[in-house]
Design a protein around this ligand. Structure first.
Ligand code: FPP
Ligand code: MG
Length: 372
């Protein structure tokens, strides 16, 4: 349990309220977060008995093989590059969320949880969009490794990496078009817009200090949470769920996605290079001011000038790192992630009880507790 002073808690609540205002979709329940009754994972009697991986095993067994089939082309090198990360070593975290939301809602709506083919397509498409964005991201970040192996840009160069990312996206778009469902296509095309805008937002720092945190949460939604939120919404549409449940699915994904990014930004400070598979404090080295730094800047205002110059002067990265460690920035970040995870669970609380619903509760806990 994280203990914070009253003023710290009030500040964190204000930040959360700001982040809620940035939601691109209207809220299912309008009560402010301070009035909600959070459904913490530890309150559920059964979620610890559920293994989310086991529950999705049948549906995702052939995920990577099926994606590789979709990536077939008469150009062998393009196919090889595009298939490179679909080697079965990925965590398939996003498809797992999509399958669990789909099955939970299928069960709620028609008492049969079985995944529909169209929902399986959305699970494949989410992994393909995610992977394409990482291929492009590694070009932007000039990353040498990804998932413990040399990155595509290192092996084949930047030009082919960009084209391979484009190719994965093109195939994913064809798969979506084959669903012949305008609403699903509309919802998922928003993800592509958000990914590009989120990555672009990350390239700039806000001059106005008071706007920095909301800019960061807005960026985190677009870059990370949008894909999870809108794919959850897409499978809810395909399940035949009503508008309230569509919104609940979206908000579960949105809040889980923001919690995921906050934990990612926290781990950048507390995990080792070996655990992360990338250098520690990588974000600072890339010039990025994430939640731990933004919270730390309240205690150490001298961070603001470093944030504006994107930690480019000699010694900036080390000084910023030390300031974060001497502040309560990490505790605040963890607390905010916890609040978003609780909020995610609040949204799915009306779903009919099922092993899938329990697994969704478990996923929120796993998101908070992950070490890499
Ligand atoms: C990882 O960021 C990157 C993303 C989650 C999204 C990147 C989006 C783009 C490059 C825009 C292009 C979009 C498409 C659809 C092709 P990170 O650098 O924080 O994480 P990392 O440490 O895993 O690299
Ligand atoms: Mg990167």
């Amino acid at each position: 349990m994280i203990r914070l002073s009253v003023t710290s808690e009030v500040k964190a609540k204000c930040l959360i309220r700001n982040s809620r205002l940035l939601s691109t979709s209207s809220c299912l329940h309008q009560s402010p977060i301070t009035n909600i009754h959070p459904v913490s994972p530890h309150q559920s009697p059964t979620h610890k008995d559920v293994n989310p991986f086991k529950l999705v095993e049948n549906d995702l067994n052939n995920l990577y093989q099926d994606i590789r089939k979709e990536l077939w082309t008469e150009r062998p090198e393009l196919e090889e590059i595009a298939s490179y990360y679909f080697d079965g070593q990925g965590k398939a975290f996003r498809p797992m969320i999509v399958v669990l939301i789909a099955r939970a809602l299928n069960f709620d709506v028609r008492r049969v949880p079985d995944l529909q083919d169209s929902q399986k397509t959305v699970a494949m498409v989410t992994e393909m969009i995610h992977t394409a964005s990482l291929v492009h991201d590694d070009v932007i970040d000039t990353a040498d490794t990804r998932r413990g192996k040399p990155s595509v840009n290192v092996l084949w160069g930047q030009k082919k990496a960009i084209l391979a990312g484009d190719y994965i996206l093109s195939r994913a778009s064809q798969m979506l078009a084959r669903l012949r469902n305008d609403e699903v296509i509309f919802v998922l095309s928003q993800v592509l817009l958000d990914l590009v805008q989120g990555e672009f937002m990350q390239m700039g720092s806000k001059e106005d200090e008071s706007e920095r945190f909301s800019h960061y949460i807005h960026k985190s939604f677009k870059k990370t949470a949008s894909l999870i939120a809108y794919t959850c919404k897409a499978v809810s549409l395909l399940s035949g769920a009503n508008k309230n449940y569509q919104e609940a699915a979206f908000q579960y994904g949105r809040n889980l996605g923001i919690a995921f990014q906050l934990v990612d930004d926290l781990l950048d400070f507390v995990s080792s290079q070996a655990e992360l598979g990338k250098p520690a404090a990588a974000d600072l080295k890339l010039g990025l001011a994430t939640a731990p730094v933004l919270f730390a800047s309240e205690k150490f205002p001298e961070l603001n000038v470093m944030i504006m110059r994107r930690f480019c002067e000699p010694g900036d990265v080390e000084r910023a790192y030390d300031a974060v460690m001497k502040s309560d920035g990490l505790d605040h970040t963890r607390l905010l992630a916890r609040k978003h995870a609780d909020e995610a669970l609040r949204y799915i609380s009306p779903f009919a009880d099922s092993p899938e619903k329990q697994a969704l509760i478990m996923l929120a806990e796993m998101t908070l507790n992950r070490k890499k």
